[in-house]
Write a new protein. Structure first.
Length: 513
């Protein structure tokens, strides 16, 4: 969605791309860390290198962002992504390119039929060109001098067999969190997202840079399409419009909430949630019987709830902290979330890709069963005592900060040539409770005796996974019961008794099951 600017120059046919992107300096530069804990757990990297979906190998989606999701009404979830890059992307961030084919696309669309989200979200197809690579569904001009840098999708929904997509035309990326748009506009597709029409569709022009519906979120209820909007950039409030489902393509049919009634004038729209609101998604949740709103507030992804789209909306609950996932943005809820488990996509500027996350809610829409592991992605601090939300070593271990991680900048490692080496943390738990431990692991090729699991505070193993060589980042899952214990030790380690052997660990969670 946003760019920090090109790190390296390229030549020849790519000169136009350099001109278009060299001045992009916005959006999602890594934010200053907050002190909040992250109750959500990382499920899977959805796109890019190391993703189980292999989006790079299948569709040349090496780096991308957003991941806006909606039910197409025919057994699929469609996912629209923002600015997307291919072979030449080197990162971090968007527009950071080396030699080769950048294959810059303003947006791409992937499809999924996966109903088992606990282990990730599989993509079955993409909208592709004749070369088999994912192609733009809404072509961007890619030339700021010509008036447009890119076209970014912000919301999608189906009504009947027709798909609707809202997108913003970006005129200029400014300082972090600031950008200017030309307009927001609707597109529609009658062939499941393969081709899109934008002729004579509703358009929210933005000549004075104050229009309130430049980034949109869609939700349906009672025969209406509800449209939540925010201005361009990340500093605005959220506003609300509605339109009868049969009149989505008639701009004069839209009504705007003025704080007490629905009116025809967009300029009369009143804020339903105060600034700052950005990258917004909204859905009605049958489990809680409430409307849920997730968005980027400052540096964190937060959640609010309400009994009505018009509000009042609850106080925010932090879902993901930038202290654990630097440069995060987005927060787009999966339409098939159910039974209190809310799945959502989260983007990170580094490595400029999209992750599936989850958080558990009770029937009052309060977050419950949080991830009990402190510093789950090893981004907060160096290893220390192994208590109070920090990690520690048995033997030789440390933090890698060389962009080898599964998410963000850092991961932990343990490495040596003799004896047991591990990374561990003591975690408070409730007695007589079942938990699930998950984490992402990889090892050196000569490793033949690695472990990921839970032991008691005296060192006795309660439950663990055993593995040999793990070549690429792989999820391991361990189920455990706390018994009478009120604290357990989470660990990942390896025996290093025949040469230099290492293990890497990232994105660890321990959640009540």
């Amino acid at each position: 969605m946003t760019h920090l600017g090109m790190r390296r120059a390229v030549s020849g046919a790519a000169v136009a791309l350099v001109v278009a992107t060299a001045a992009l300096a916005a959006g999602t530069a890594p934010a200053a860390a907050t002190t909040a804990q992250t109750p959500a757990a990382l499920v899977e990297k959805l796109t890019g290198l190391d993703s189980p979906n292999n989006t790079y190998g299948r569709w040349n989606v090496k780096a991308t962002d957003l991941g806006i999701m909606w039910d197409n009404g025919a057994g699929q979830v469609l996912s629209a992504f923002g600015d997307t890059f291919g072979d030449a992307w080197v990162g971090p961030g968007g527009g950071a390119l080396g030699a080769g084919d950048a294959n810059w696309r303003s947006n791409v669309l992937l499809r999924s039929t996966d109903t088992t989200l606990a282990d990730g979200m599989d993509y079955s197809s993409a909208v592709t060109g004749s070369d088999g690579r994912a192609r733009e569904i809404l072509p961007g001009v890619h030339d700021e001098a010509a008036g447009e840098v890119t076209k970014i999708p912000t919301a999608g929904i189906s009504i009947g067999s027709r798909q609707y997509l809202s997108f913003m035309s970006v005129k200029h990326w400014g300082q972090p969190g600031q950008w200017d748009t030309n307009y927001a506009k609707l597109a529609y597709s009658d062939d499941n997202g393969t081709t899109w029409t934008t002729t004579n569709t509703p358009t929210w022009d933005n000549p004075s840079l104050t229009d309130r519906f430049q980034q949109q979120a869609f939700a349906r209820s009672g025969g209406y399409l509800y449209v939540f909007g925010t201005p361009s950039g990340r500093g605005g409030s959220a506003y609300l419009a509605r339109v009868a489902e049969a009149s989505v393509l008639t701009q004069s049919a839209y009504q705007y909430w003025n704080g007490s009634s629905w009116v025809a004038s967009e300029s009369s729209a009143a804020a339903v949630v105060s600034a700052p609101v950005s990258e917004l998604s909204v859905r009605y949740d049958a489990y809680t019987g409430k409307w849920l709103m997730m968005y980027l507030q400052g540096e964190d992804i937060i959640l609010r709830s309400a009994s009505s789209p018009t509000g009042p909306w609850s106080s925010p609950q932090i879902v993901v902290s930038s202290a654990d996932y630097p440069g995060l943005y987005g927060g787009f809820m999966h339409p098939w979330s159910a039974n209190g488990t809310t799945y959502f996509t989260m983007s990170q500027w580094d490595p400029y890709n999209v992750y599936l996350m989850k958080v558990q809610l009770n029937t009052s829409a309060q977050i419950v069963k949080p991830n009990l592991v402190g510093d789950p992605s090893f981004e907060r601090s160096a290893l220390s005592s192994g208590t109070g939300g920090t990690w520690a070593c048995s033997g030789n271990c440390g933090i890698d900060s060389a962009h080898w991680s599964y998410s963000g900048d850092n991961n932990a490692y343990a490495r040596y040539n003799a004896g047991w080496q591990d990374v561990h943390q003591t975690v408070p738990v409730a007695a007589n409770t079942s938990y699930r431990l998950t984490g992402w692991v990889r090892t050196s090729s000569n490793s033949d005796n690695g472990f990921f699991g839970v032991r008691d505070t005296a060192g006795a193993v309660i439950s663990e996974a055993h593995f040999t060589s793990v070549g690429s980042w792989t999820r391991f899952t361990v189920d455990v019961s706390s018994g009478s214990r009120t604290a357990v030790v989470v660990y990942g380690g390896v025996w290093t008794d025949h040469g230099d052997i290492w293990i890497q660990l990232d994105d660890v969670s321990l959640v009540a099951s």
